[in-house]
Design a binder for this molecule. Structure first.
Ligand code: KG4
Ligand code: ZN
Length: 343
């Protein structure tokens, strides 16, 4: 059994974890920074980076203490090396390098997206490769065929906003505060998902790409019209996102014979998203897997697990491993018109 000490700092969550290659999570801690960012309605990169400087080292001490493990007993140090807000990535990666250097342990520079992509395998022992993955987070919305550790084929991406970003923008328009996803989901419980007519961008098109910018505009018009209850707008918006997910993933399932469908990333914490995709998997006779909510949103356990998978595959990094703001899982993935920097 290999023991991995893991760090995550790519956005606004500081996290540390101790994860075994036997899928045991010995200890983990996540400290969000919502209060610091809330007044700005979104994550402020420099505030996030400074907060990681203050929070991360204490979290490392905390997880080692909770698990009663010394740094000498870990087999490798895994740290998120991108993609994400570069200041925060640099903080976490450098803490990881310092620990690896001082304890003379291998460093594993983990792609945050690979953390999300492999996260279901931490809790679902039977989930083998390949699987079709809908990765929906605050910064990404992609359909990928996960063929193995470090082996990804991107089938689709968003041509504008990420799905979580759309939730956050809709929540801001409804004055629900940050982060928007959980707030929209809560409000939607009291709303009618058919009450407000909203578009389903790109639904029905041949390639399974996503688009959410138009949906944001439509939510804005619904809010300013003053004709709808906030609950109904939230429920209708959530339903529109689920409909887009289901239609686009259906397209991807037609292109992939992977036996399992998996959804991961922060937006996968949403119950309507989970049930919509579960139904789709059943319709296509594919196995369905989704991690528990705490493993969907950013955490270090998934980074530790990706570290364990990479260590088992002999994939360790040198101490000069770079911090990367952009780091696609499939570097050969076609550029999509309008995709901007979010490919
Ligand atoms: O994976 P994640 O924690 O961070 C990134 O890597 O981006 O995803 C965060 C995103 C945010 O946009 C947040 O609003 C969204 O996931 N999110 C949700 C829910 N929980 C988090 N979206 C919809 N419903 C939720 N319950
Ligand atoms: Zn994430």
């Amino acid at each position: 059994m290999a023991l991995i000490l893991a760090l995550e700092s790519s956005c606004d969550d500081s996290a540390a974890a101790l994860v075994g290659s036997d899928r045991q999570i010995l200890a983990q801690a996540v400290v969000g920074q919502n209060d610091a960012h809330r007044p700005f309605g979104g994550v402020v990169p420099e505030i996030a980076a400074r907060a990681h400087v203050e929070i991360l080292p204490g979290l490392v001490r905390q997880v080692l203490h909770e698990a009663d493990v010394s740094i000498g007993e870990v087999d490798a140090v895994a740290a998120t090396a991108g993609p994400g807000l570069i200041g925060g990535v640099m903080v976490g990666l450098l803490v990881g390098k310092g620990l690896a250097l001082s304890a003379d342990k291998p460093l594993i520079a983990v792609n945050h997206l690979e953390g999300h992509a492999l996260s279901p395998r931490l809790v679902d022992v039977k989930l083998g490769f390949p699987y079709l993955l809908l990765l929906a987070s605050g910064g990404h919305c992609q359909l990928l065929e996960v063929r193995g550790v470090g082996d990804y084929r991107r089938l689709a991406t968003t041509i504008d906003d990420a799905a979580g970003e759309a939730f956050d923008k809709a929540a801001k328009l409804l004055e629900l505060g940050y982060p928007g996803g959980p707030a929209i989901e809560e409000l939607a419980k009291d709303g009618d998902p058919t009450a407000v007519p909203l578009p389903r961008p790109l639904v029905g098109t041949k390639e399974p790409h996503f688009s959410f910018a138009g949906l944001k505009g439509a939510v804005q018009r619904a809010v300013t019209s003053g004709e709808h209850r906030a609950e109904d707008i939230a429920a209708s918006f959530q339903q529109a996102v689920v409909d887009c997910f289901v239609d686009r993933t259906k397209r991807a399932l037609e292109k992939s014979d992977a036996p399992s469908l998996v959804v991961a990333g922060g937006v996968a914490a949403n119950a309507s998203v989970r049930s919509g995709l579960k139904q789709l998997a059943q319709d296509f006779d594919r196995r369905f897997s989704v991690p528990p909510g705490w493993l969907c949103t950013d955490n270090a356990a998934m980074i530790g697990w990706a570290g364990a998978e990479r260590l088992a595959a002999g994939l360790v990094d040198e101490l000069d491993a770079p911090a990367r703001a952009r780091w696609p899982l499939d570097p050969t993935g076609e550029k999509v018109r309008g995709a901007g920097v979010k490919a």
